[in-house]
Design a protein around this ligand. Sequence first.
Ligand code: R5P
Length: 301
Amino acid sequence: MKPIVFAMPGNETLAQSLAAHLSAEFGASEIRQFPDGESYVRLDTPVANRAVILACTLDGPDDKFLPLSFMAATARELGAAGVGLVCPYLAYMRQDRRFRPGEAITSVYFSRLLGGAFDWLVTVDPHLHRHHSLAAIVPIPTVAVHAAPLLASWVRANVRRPILIGPDSESEQWVADVAVGVGAPYVVLEKTRKGDRDVEITIPDLGANSDRIPVLVDDIISTGRTMIAAIRRLAERGYRSPVCLGVHAILAGDAYSALRDAGAASIVTCNSISHPSNAIDITGIIAAAALDLLKSPGGVA
Ligand code: R5P
């Protein structure tokens, strides 16, 4: 029997595209809020003995997770053969240690919630820094697909003589991969975060590469303050305006306009979170990973 892909609200394009890639059925459902703010969830497509996939990117996770887990629980109770989650952006991964006494390590707690609700998970470039793999924290089969080859193709097609720049040490895993794919040099800057919107960056001399076009590469652009600080340091040194390339376009609040005002030559992201800056389609690599999980021996579906 064909798998069924259900879309959580706002994820219809992703779910339709996944269904097409997986030769699956696009499931009908209703998810809405009662007037009191509680969630109403109904699956209209019968799920008994069928693999179910829920499509839901998890920016703004607090509002999304409760109806998402109700969907998964409903599918299970109605006899689904397995319930997987395709979430192009996986939230909460940045809080990966107790930075101050008493803080919640939400990456671990959120991972446990995912493990309790789903049988498997596919995501794109989760922010794994102190956790070395998703498997270390999420207690179900997971696949983290990497957007670096797609970012590299975009740079190759759109930027002549680039230098790839990672704004902080955490970004090195992404910028190094993209640089290899592009066949261009890269540097990693030093960042000190003093607050949510207060970031200091120091930049080395680019030497022989100073006439190249800087391409800032990061996994997440959230407040944009990391990239804005990097843009300012580049400008102070007289380097060219950078292209800002990110996997996940959180771009909270004024981040998008502030980045443009700061002097970004362009802002380009993947469609893991829907945003006007999306120019790189990650649906194909996600679908391929979901297909592998569905077919895996031992059967998650
Ligand atoms: C964190 O370490 C990430 O890799 C990004 O550098 C960070 O999330 C960017 O955040 P913001 O845009 O708020 O500076």
